[in-house]
Design a protein around this ligand. Structure first.
Ligand SMILES: NC(=O)c1ccc[n+]([C@@H]2O[C@H](COP(=O)([O-])OP(=O)(O)OC[C@H]3O[C@@H](n4cnc5c(N)ncnc54)[C@H](O)[C@@H]3O)[C@@H](O)[C@H]2O)c1
Length: 214
């Protein structure tokens, strides 16, 4: 996996919300959905939705919109969600437990197949159907499971120490929930996640609304 600059980051971040709405439309028995309907649901401009969907290669029909089944398939294929990825989770604490319990990942091609923790009280337990293993067995287990993705939810102080072990075990992509910049070789991808950036947006919106109302 080579590191490349991704140009359409905001569009890619919106695709899962589109998929959710399109899936709902399909469940309600609709064969087509228009960009305008998706835009209305998400408070976006229709032109933005059409531009975003264009990156998946699908084109809508005038007056009808997009065929829902083909549109879902195109988005899932673009995101790589039409193939199930095996992932391991390191740090079965509060956040790690919540992530293992998030059933939606199954619809997004992500299967958390094992968890690892250094706490002996957690080793051997099963959280939301995911077995927690000892860190000592991590290398062998990752190789046996063929997992290439790791979800990192350990305390930040241990993030790089654990990352070194993950890389040695053959992990090629890390979803990093710690607040640490990970030291990884060029062929290992890292996506850092921070819930506070969403909260920051909410605060700015609240501030703007407050000033607009005075
Ligand atoms: N990105 C976000 O928005 C966000 C939100 C919440 C928490 N976090 C981060 O996620 C991490 C976990 O937070 P939490 O609230 O779940 O903490 P927690 O203390 O509940 O869980 C941490 C788990 O990691 C285990 N652990 C500790 N050292 C380890 C090691 N060396 N190897 C393997 N396991 C180890 C602990 O035994 C524990 O089960 C922290 O780094 C926290 O800052 C990020």
């Amino acid at each position: 996996m080579a590191k490349q600059k991704i140009s359409a980051v905001p569009s890619i971040r919106r695709l899962p919300s589109y998929l959710h709405i399109i899936r709902q439309a399909k469940d309600e028995g609709n064969e087509y959905i228009s960009g305008t309907v998706i835009a209305q649901e998400l408070h976006l401009e229709p032109i933005q939705v059409r531009k975003d969907l264009a990156i998946t290669g699908i084109v809508g029909k005038p007056k009808k919109g997009y065929p829902v089944i083909a549109l879902m398939a195109a988005i899932e294929h673009f995101l790589g969600w039409d193939e199930m990825q095996q992932a391991v989770l390191i740090g079965a604490g509060n956040l790690g437990t919540a992530l293992t319990g998030y059933q939606e990942f199954q619809y997004h091609g992500l299967n958390i197949c094992a968890a690892f923790d250094q706490d002996p009280a957690k080793v051997g337990k099963t959280i939301h159907g995911v077995r927690v293993f000892s860190l000592e067995t991590m290398d062998v287990q990752i190789r046996n499971l063929g997992a290439k993705i790791a979800i990192l939810t350990v305390p930040s102080a241990f993030a790089n120490e654990v990352t070194e072990k993950l890389v040695a075990a053959g992990i090629k992509a890390i979803w990093n929930f710690t607040n640490v910049k990970l030291n990884v070789p060029d062929d290992v991808l890292v996506q850092k996640e921070d819930l506070t950036s969403g909260y920051a947006m909410l605060c700015v919106m609240m501030n703007m609304a407050k000033h607009a109302n005075v």
